[in-house]
Design a protein around this ligand. Structure first.
Ligand code: SAH
Ligand code: SF4
Ligand code: F3S
Length: 456
């Protein structure tokens, strides 16, 4: 459908801006590859693009509102420079949730494309060029993955979406509506995509899913396997050095996956396992279908096979009806677990979710105060976790150059950012090398080290 406008010359350059989670970033990369295959090229840093794709996130109100200010800025910049406004496409989860509203509120937008429909971007682009305004927020039966071009270029680390969607319906969350039902991509497609990523330079692959540990499939012998089976298969790729996965749900943490943490050397000692609250009453109101004791038992089991595992979580403060005593239970849980890092958010009521109309919505000042206290606790544990690596030798996968010449940045096995200078090493590292680094300084957010050896 669409309203006719004047037609525009074909765009030559594009820019994809991704605002959301890692899967949103992955989708942004794939949209870029799709546009490359159409003959477009990425706009140079700082230069105007003929086509701008705003790849949006709907998870919290702030994230969702950002798209409108961005559209305004793009239109204003173009008119200040006296040039033609670029073609604007809105993709991602806001597109899925508010497609019609975007078209009504933002006349400059020519295309709205949902997260399950972006493989149809080339056809949409042709129609937009012909002067139409086009919306595609279908969740088609065919999967976009079959229609996307093969992976081409990648850095030392890469994302690979293996599972999408969510059937859990936590009462605060939009993801089941914006991403649809849980689906697992087929095993052989994933092995092929992983091989391609490794051939183009990836040394580390992070397997992505809204509930990544709900992935199921059949291996090449037709046996039913879970995420641990997929991880074991990918670990057999000789040039792949590291495997990570995110985000997991406590209820899908299988025996096999826990065991893999003790057995698969390439599986990094890091587990992001969101719990959201330390109060069983709040967890029930959130429809999380796990309690605090069960969550702690899970962590104990993972620690029993991998004692050095770094733990990470997500927390929401100020869920409707959360009392001070219930919030204190969240603080106590953070202290009990001793997370290596965490994400924490103020509850944001999302239209259409059950929690948005629950009684007991919490005042902003109370939420601000709770978030600050929670973040203080999280930062304290994160700093302590980092400090514990002082004096240790850790393997750093080199991801990029630092701000200063001769400085390099990478990650430890526990996902800590590590920077080091190469002058002190025998030979200069290259991106994708594993460098053994002795940690000499530990800050709240990063580590500084001195290289000991390069072991490519
Ligand atoms: N599937 C993952 C995470 C999805 S969204 C999981 O269940 O763990 C990432 C995080 O955003 C969530 O873990 C939650 O902490 C936060 N989040 C989701 N909806 C939110 C809302 N309405 N307000 C504030 N935070 C929210
Ligand atoms: Fe959202 Fe809950 Fe699904 Fe995570 S498990 S995506 S928080 S509904
Ligand atoms: Fe945001 Fe959609 Fe990801 S709402 S967090 S971009 S799944």
């Amino acid at each position: 459908m669409g309203r006719a406008m004047r037609s525009t010359p074909p765009p030559q350059t594009y820019r994809v801006k991704s605002f959301g989670c890692q899967m949103n970033v992955y989708d942004g990369e794939r949209m870029g590859e799709l546009l490359n295959a159409q003959g477009l090229t990425p706009a140079a840093e700082g230069a105007a693009a003929d086509l701008v794709v705003l790849n949006t996130c709907h998870i919290r109100e702030k994230a969702a509102e950002k798209v409108y200010s961005d559209i305004g800025r793009i239109v204003k910049d173009a008119s200040l420079e006296g040039g033609a406004a670029p073609l604007i496409a809105v993709a991602g989860c806001v597109a899925q949730a508010e497609g019609e509203e975007i078209m009504a509120r933002a006349p400059a937008v020519r295309m709205v494309v949902g997260p399950q429909a972006y493989h149809r971007l080339p056809e949409m682009l042709a129609r937009a060029q012909a002067g139409q305004r086009v919306t595609d927020t279908d969740m088609p039966a065919e999967t976009k993955f079959d229609a996307l071009p093969r992976r081409r270029r990648t850095g030392a680390t890469a994302f690979l979406t293996v599972q999408e969607g969510c059937d859990k319906f936590c009462t605060y969350c939009v993801v089941p509506y914006t991403r649809g039902a849980e689906i697992s991509r087929p095993f052989s497609d994933l092995v092929t995509e992983a091989q391609k990523l490794v051939e183009t330079g990836a040394r580390e692959i992070t397997l992505l899913g809204q509930n990544v540990n709900a992935w199921t499939g059949e291996d090449d012998k037709g046996r039913a396997i879970g995420l641990d089976g997929l991880i074991r298969a990918l670990a057999a790729l000789p040039d792949l050095a590291r495997i990570r996965y995110t985000t997991s749900h406590p209820n899908d943490m299988s025996e096999g996956l826990i065991a893999a943490h003790g057995e698969v050397e390439k599986l990094m000692p890091f587990l992001h396992l969101p719990v959201q609250s330390g109060s069983d009453r709040v967890l029930r109101a959130m429809n999380r279908s796990h309690d605090v004791a069960g969550y702690l038992r899970l962590l104990d089991r993972v620690r029993s096979v991998r004692p050095d595992i770094a733990l990470s979580g997500d927390f929401i403060v100020g869920f409707p009806g959360e009392t001070e005593a219930e919030f204190a239970e969240t603080l106590a849980l953070v202290d009990a677990v001793g997370y290596a890092q965490c994400f924490s958010f103020k509850y944001s009521p999302r239209p259409g979710t059950p929690a948005a109309t629950m009684d007991g919505q919490i005042e902003a000042v109370v939420m601000d105060d709770r978030l600050r206290r929670l973040q203080d606790a999280i930062n304290r544990h994160q700093h302590a976790f980092n400090t514990a690596t002082l004096g240790k030798r850790v393997a750093v996968l080199v991801e990029r150059n630092g701000r200063h010449p001769g400085q390099w940045l990478g990650k430890s096995p526990w996902l800590q950012s590590v920077h080091f200078e190469h002058e002190s090493a025998g030979s200069e590292p290259i991106l994708g090398d594993l460098v053994e680094v002795e940690i000499v300084q530990a800050g709240p957010n990063s580590l500084h080290g001195v290289p000991v050896a390069v072991a490519a």
